[in-house]
Design a protein around this ligand. Structure first.
Ligand code: T4K
Length: 392
């Protein structure tokens, strides 16, 4: 662990020739790790059982525990969140055009494009960073079959308003809940909204299984269909009854998940503690910390800072200064999916209708947190940001 010493003046900053604040890089998305000894006991069990994949006992136990945690009927575990999205999209028989935000991780758009569905980007609310239902309404055409809301940073998309739009036009609604493990909307756990909701258990997430993901749903038929699809459509030996792919989670990933589930309270407390420390340090700075609804359950996995017009230094200058100090802050999800090559080529003028997306994508810096991060490190990160603002 680095010895923490606050910097006194702007001449101490690494961009001005000072020593970097941290000897080891401070990553956004440093994995939250559970108990290693408990994980090794699962490894012994896996070796003893010689059961490695294909809906093994640990996967089944994990599914049950995640479904219980989210108070939802079904959890269908998958090898990662992107394949889980693709399987959900196929299971809902989406075709033609599907509306989604551009301000999301590229996987949301790729999952549609990979299924030969046109992703149609709608603008977001600049405060919540989630889809704006009125902007969605404007993008509906006779080819639209669905809407994907994204619960960005673990903050729920406007579920009821999106459902109203979906109902009015006869569209399917699903959610990319990759960031929203353990979060709620109007007091009800994520997993219970739309036709289904898709989680990611990637290493960088609040809850990880190394790689992994799942679809949560209360729909028995849909869950059964997705279980078939993730295992090549097999219904028993030699009997394929549905088109499918390989979306299965392995036992070793499930073991990591079971260990990390037992550690969720520790991670949540660390994230909350770090978030509150950031909030306290930012109180007097001309930057905004993304605010969560206090009435909802949240995981605080993303600490999102916004650099607005009143800030004397640009977002990119702050990121550069943080990187020089070994704080590997991220510009998630700049420049927006519509500006990434595959979609820029498809829709060169999409940006014209995405003004809030552009605004937010140019403002955001995601800062490190998690149970590998201490309050002292948070103070030092904020001290660096504060000195940079002074140096303007
Ligand atoms: N929908 C949304 C809204 C998503 O955010 C994501 C994934 C998905 C769908 C798709 O779910 P998955 O198919 O991934 O399950 C990362 C993750 O790879 C990605 O899972 C995640 N979103 C996205 C927000 O972040 P990058 O490009 O930032 O990854 P990378 O390699 O730069 O890693 C981030 C930081 O974490 C680095 O500073 C290093 C650190 N790190 C990473 C790994 C893997 C570690 O310290 N240890 C590790 O093991 O995308």
């Amino acid at each position: 662990m680095d010895k923490i010493q606050l910097k006194k003046s702007k001449s101490d900053l690494a961009i001005n020739g000072g020593a970097p604040a941290f000897q080891q890089p401070l990553h956004v998305g440093r994995p939250n790790m559970g108990d290693k000894a408990a994980f090794m006991r699962y490894v012994d069990q896996i070796f003893d059982n010689r059961w490695l994949s294909n809906n093994g006992p640990l996967v089944q136990e994990l599914e049950q525990r995640i479904a219980n945690y989210h108070q939802v009927k079904h959890c269908v575990a998958m090898c990662n969140g992107t394949i889980a999205l693709e399987i959900a999209i196929r299971a809902l028989e989406l075709t033609g055009e599907v509306i989604l935000p551009s301000y999301t991780f590229i996987a949301t758009a790729h999952a549609l494009h990979w299924q030969e569905i046109t992703p149609v980007f709608a603008d977001i609310d600049p405060v919540t960073h989630c889809l704006d239902p009125e902007a969605v309404r404007k993008m509906i055409t006779p080819k639209t079959t669905g809407i994907i809301g994204v619960h960005l940073w673990g903050h729920a998309a406007p579920v009821n308003d999106l459902q109203a739009v979906a109902d009015e036009y006869g569209l399917q609604l699903l959610f990319d809940a990759a960031h929203a493990f353990g979060c709620s909307y109007q007091g009800q756990m994520i997993g219970n909204f739309g036709r289904c909701e898709v989680l990611s258990f990637h290493a960088t997430k609040f809850f990880n299984t190394f790689e992994g993901g799942a679809v949560l749903t209360n729909d028995d038929e849909l869950a059964e269909k997705m279980r078939l699809m993730r295992n090549f459509g097999f219904a028993g030996m030699d009997n394929v009854i549905h088109p499918g792919t390989n979306g299965k989670m392995t036992e070793i990933c499930a073991a990591m998940g079971l260990v990390n589930l037992d550690n969720l309270g520790v991670v949540l407390e660390a994230n909350r503690r770090n978030y509150l420390a950031y909030q306290q340090e930012f109180a007097d700075l001309p930057v905004r910390l993304f605010a969560f609804d206090e009435r909802e359950r949240k995981n605080y996995q993303y600490v999102v800072m916004e650099v607005g017009e009143v800030c004397p230094v640009s977002r990119d200058e702050i990121v550069k200064a943080l990187h020089a100090e070994n704080v590997l802050a991220r510009r998630y999800f700049w420049p927006g999916c519509h500006n990434m090559k595959p979609f820029k080529e498809l829709f060169p003028h999409a940006g014209l209708l995405l003004q809030n997306t552009q605004l937010v994508a140019d403002r955001v810096i995601v800062l490190p947190t998690g149970n590998a991060m201490t309050v002292e490190s948070v103070r030092l990160v904020c001290n660096i940001i504060s000195l940079n603002l002074e140096s303007a």
